[in-house]
Every structure is written in C-alpha cells, then in structure tokens.
Design a protein around this ligand. Structure first.
Ligand code: DTR
Ligand code: CA
Ligand code: ZN
Ligand code: ZN
Length: 312
C-alpha cells in the first residue's frame, strides 16, 4: 500500500514535533478549513436502487399518503440514526392522508446559525420518482453520511430535511416553516434545496435567489470547468419557496425537468438538443435508468462542497 502524500507529511510532522498538535495543510488549501469530501456516486446510486425497490414493493410509487412514502422515510431515517444524527418525524395531514417530514440534526455547532439542506422524498403516483426526487433525497442523504464519516465539527449547526407532499404543492416544507417561531426562522442562515439533480439529459442550473449561496455553487462548477445557468424552469416551484417567503436566504441546484434542451445548451453540456432534460418527468419511466450518473456525481459533490464551505 502506497502512503498518501498528505499522510506522509502528517507522519513526518508529528515525528518532528512530538507532543505538539499540528495539522499538515494540503497545498492550495486554507489552513484550518477542512476540505469537503468526494461523495461516492455509487453510494448515492445504491440509495436510488433502494427507493426503486421500495416503489416496486408498494404499488409502483412513493407518493404522499401511500405506503411507499413511509417506507422511503424509514429507510432514510435508519441510515441517519445509525450515523449519529438526531432525527425526528413531523406529521401533518394533506388531502385526508397523513404526511411526514423527516428532520435530521447533526449534533454540535452554533444553533443560532443553522445551515440547512432539504429534498422532497415523495414521488407522484405515476411512478417511482427516482430523478424526481430520489436524486435529491439520495444526494443529501449521502452528504449527511459523509458528515458523519468525517466527524465534521463545523462552527455552524447542520440540519437536513426530507419533505413530504411536495408534489401536492410543497405541503410538508410549508408546514415545517409555519411550525417555526420567528426566532427559530431567524436562526436559519440558509436553506439549500435539491429537487431533480440527476436528470438524464442534464443541464446545470443554480438558483439565483441569494448571491452568496449562488456563488458557492458557481465556484464549485467553475473549479470543475463546467458552465452553469441560472435556474428559470418555474421559479419557486419547489420546497425552497416557503423558506424564501419567510425571509430565509435560499439556494440550490437543478438539472432540468420537462423543458427542452436548446442547441446552445447541448453544445456546452453535451446531451440531446430538442429533447427534455427529463423526458420521464412525472411518468412511470422515472426509474433508476432515468439518471445521468455524471450529473448525479457532480451535483452530489457540489452539495458537499457547499455544506462544508457554508458551515465552517
Ligand atoms: N417542482 C418540481 C419540478 C421542478 C420544476 N421546476 C423546478 C425548478 C426548480 C426545482 C424543481 C423544479 C417537481 O415536480 O417536484
Ligand atoms: Ca463524487
Ligand atoms: Zn415532481
Ligand atoms: Zn420534485
């Protein structure tokens, strides 16, 4: 096994400074700032496989008020509990059916400065909802698990959320925001939303609602050399809207729904011009095959980058 150069430097540094706490800083990194991990896309896809199986075992969907929704929630909660998160299920009612949000807090950090990331976990009734929104749900789940693996100790407090009944009009996220006191709302520094981040004919769209949050994602993509555009496919059409309406800064990523990719977009991003970003949007074919691994990987890594940068 070859020693990683950073580990070699760490080993050398600790030999030279016995009894003194030192940390080697990788070239190009800021001292005292932990680097965000690379999120393993295979692990994100493994969660998608689980969501697909859950839908298959529950009438083909994971929709609000159906058994596939609660099974999805229990799967995510089990992973988070095992990783050391403090989880809570918040119940609400919509259309005569019980809905559930899952909130997961990472212990520690300043709870008057909360960095929050969320994704809706419900599908439409037409299908298993793997891109919409197994993708965002799995990407933030794996980021949360990476926080635990790294035993990340950020200055700010980290909170993750999986929303119910987004497809009925952002019911779960609105219910959550309404449940917060004005003080608790003011403690949320920023809310990041991830709804459709693995579209099969992807675009790379960044929410432009808040300049500071927008910049973090743009910086990540600039580093990758991948151009981005401002998200315009239905502004406010996802769970960031209730937060924004409550005066909380919001940001997020999106890889496109039923709008068609233009020729200019296909030139810069690849894929097929004249075809929808997600031709299986809200359809039974939104399965595990309806995912661009590249988009899912880039967006998952961008989420981790943003969480690390904003929380530190
Ligand atoms: N509301 C989403 C799909 C959607 C459409 N436009 C946007 C823009 C930003 C995020 C998501 C969306 C859904 O069907 O769940
Ligand atoms: Ca990755
Ligand atoms: Zn949808
Ligand atoms: Zn969605």
């Amino acid at each position: 096994m070859a020693l990683h150069p950073l580990r070699m430097r760490l080993a050398a540094a600790s030999l030279l400074t016995v009894g003194v706490l030192v940390a080697a800083t990788p070239v190009g990194a800021t001292p005292g700032v932990a680097a965000a991990p690379d999120i393993p896309v295979a692990s994100v896809k493994a969660h998608l496989t689980q969501f697909q199986s859950i839908a298959a075992a529950n009438g083909g969907n994971r929709a609000h008020g159906r058994p596939g929704y609660k099974a999805s929630l229990d799967y995510v909660k089990g992973k988070l509990d095992a990783a050391g998160f403090t989880t809570s299920i918040r119940q609400f009612t919509s259309g005569g059916r019980t809905g559930y949000n899952l909130i997961a807090d990472w212990p520690g950090g300043d709870t008057t400065q909360v960095v929050m990331a969320g994704a809706h976990l419900d599908s439409v009734t037409a299908g298993p909802g793997i891109n919409d929104n197994g993708s965002g749900s799995a990407a933030i789940l794996e980021t949360a698990l990476a926080v635990s693996r790294a035993q990340f100790k950020p200055t700010k407090h980290l909170r993750f959320a999986w929303w119910g009944a987004e497809e009925l009009g952002m019911v779960g996220s609105r219910n959550y925001v309404n449940s917060l006191s004005l003080t608790d709302r003011s403690r949320i520094d920023g809310y990041l939303n991830f709804d459709m981040v693995g579209s099969p004919n992807p675009g790379y769209f960044v929410y432009d609602d808040d300049p500071a949050l927008e910049k973090v994602f743009k910086d990540y993509y600039t580093g990758l050399g991948v151009p981005t555009e401002i998200e315009t496919e239905g502004d406010g059409r996802s769970d960031h809207a209730p937060f924004k309406n409550a005066g909380i800064p919001v940001g997020g990523l999106f890889s496109g729904a039923d709008y068609l990719k233009t020729t200019a977009q296909a030139q810069k991003w690849g894929g097929t011009a004249g075809k929808a970003f997600d031709a299986c949007y809200h359809s039974s074919c939104d399965t595990a095959a309806n995912i661009s691994t590249t988009a899912l990987d880039r967006n998952s890594d961008a989420i981790a980058y943003a969480i690390w940068a904003l929380a530190e």
